[in-house]
Design a protein. Structure first.
Length: 202
């Protein structure tokens, strides 16, 4: 049995923190896992910027409400789900995900959670588990699934390499160059064909 595992941001939807950076004019918030492999360091940096500017969860959610899936993402998922189970494994947060999942047709998502004070101030974050993406694909494999995975960032490499097949999608030149053995694609037609090939379907 196969299960297809997707990263979310940069693969199916725009990067949330980049969209928030553009909405607020805070350039520092454009840093993502493509730029900083250390998730804790990146999140502490982000939370510090939010504190500095007096921004909270409601302002971020307002921006997320206006984010649409990347063109073609929903259609590609709908096609793939006719042939295999699909899950999204993301380092985003429950408080961010709901409007995006609605626009993607409510796929299953495994993600993290924010710690939020009653006034909406974001005080911290809680990982679902250590090495969330790798741990999740290994758990799926322990239940009898073969995983096929795709992502665009440093934090996706472990789940891609742990899977029976894996692909980079719209990744950076640096990540692609550093991982020449992982097929890299830039269109949803290419990605869908790669998944179908790994699934052994036409």
């Amino acid at each position: 049995m196969d299960i297809c595992c997707f990263d979310l941001e940069g693969v199916l939807v725009p990067e949330i923190w980049i969209a928030f950076a553009e909405a607020t004019g805070i350039e520092e918030l454009k840093r993502t896992r493509r730029d900083e492999p250390d998730y804790d360091k990146l999140m502490r940096f982000r939370l510090g910027i939010l504190d500095e500017h007096g921004l909270g969860l409601s302002q971020i959610q307002e921006v997320i409400d206006g984010i649409d899936p990347l063109p073609g993402a929903r259609e590609m998922l709908d096609e793939l789900r006719q042939q295999a189970q699909v899950v999204i494994i993301s380092d985003t947060f429950e408080q961010f995900a709901s409007p995006l999942m609605r626009k993607l047709g409510w796929p299953t998502i495994f993600c993290n959670s924010l710690e939020v004070a009653p006034d909406g101030h974001v005080t911290g974050y809680k990982l679902r588990c250590e090495q969330t993406k790798l741990t999740t694909v290994r758990a799926l494999q322990s239940m009898g699934y073969d995983t096929i995975a795709t992502g665009d960032s440093y934090n996706d490499l472990a789940m891609i390499r742990a899977s029976k097949a894996g692909f980079l999608f719209r990744s950076t030149d640096r990540i692609i160059a550093d991982n020449p053995d992982i097929p890299a694609y830039s269109t949803y037609d290419e990605l869908l064909a790669a998944f179908r090939g790994a699934l052994g379907v036409a």
